[in-house]
Design a protein around this ligand. Sequence first.
Ligand code: RRO
Length: 311
Amino acid sequence: MVSTSTQIGNFYFDNCLMNAAGVRCMTIEDLEAIRHSKAGAFVTKTATLEERAGNPSPRMASTPLGTINSMGLPNQGFPYYLDYLLSLQKNDPNQSNILSVVGMSQMETHVILQTIQNSDYQGLVELNLSCPNVPGKPQIAYDFDTTESLLKEIFTYYKKPLGVKLPPYFDIVHFDQMATILNKFPLTFINSVNSIGNGLVINDETVVIKPKNGFGGIGGDYIKPTALANVHAFYQRLKPSIQIIGTGGVKSGRDAFEHILCGASMVQIGSAFGYEDVAIFKRIQEELQAIMKDKVYENLNDFRGKLHYLD
Ligand code: RRO
């Protein structure tokens, strides 16, 4: 029997496929749709301390090869998502989903994480260190010193399972430097990658989204090779206790297979989930199972991280 079940830390999932934060996950209605689908879990839209309207529209556009967005962190405020997750946890203590958060300042990030630490929430939390779209706020994880000092401070009080969402890196030295920092902390997982920040898509002579004069995060087919490289680079460098969620360019079972081959324990679907809605989880699960069956792999452990190199 071919299984796509997986584990992150002490949490078990029937299926390794789930949504990527930001896509169809801003309201309880969105999250319930994922929860009742074949997805193994959901992750919430990244939540800030207070509700945010985000950037002006149009703020997302599609091309035949993917998406560009500059949403600007629209969300309902983190208590909305925490309360919902707590209500799910009450009904089923074994439920495991991911709460994505980040503050608009380091102080706000600490307030959010301290509140979660002091709550009854027992599930996974992902700290988004890579939002590319808030004007005037650089992506935290491109500043290595800030990332290290922030994580150092967080782990003085945060004792629950925590992961970080990373932007793509493009240089071997940066993979080395970031992995060295991450390995200093008791992280449960990393999620690699967020959108490739600050791309530009043009239609005729005009940009296609309004915020930041058209600059926005790129997702979809454009980013799969970058995502696979990041997943594999971190798989090679991180201590085994830090697991990897692979995100970027997944629209088929083959794409999910490649992320797992590169070292991912779970695979998130962003742009393609936006196009196809919750039916995508069943389709990609079946495609992945067909590939595994063909290769006589029974579970993810049979091929996770086992990418072949040329001699
Ligand atoms: O809301 C956004 O503009 C956004 C976020 Br927080 C993120 O992490 N990645 C992205 O592509 N867009």
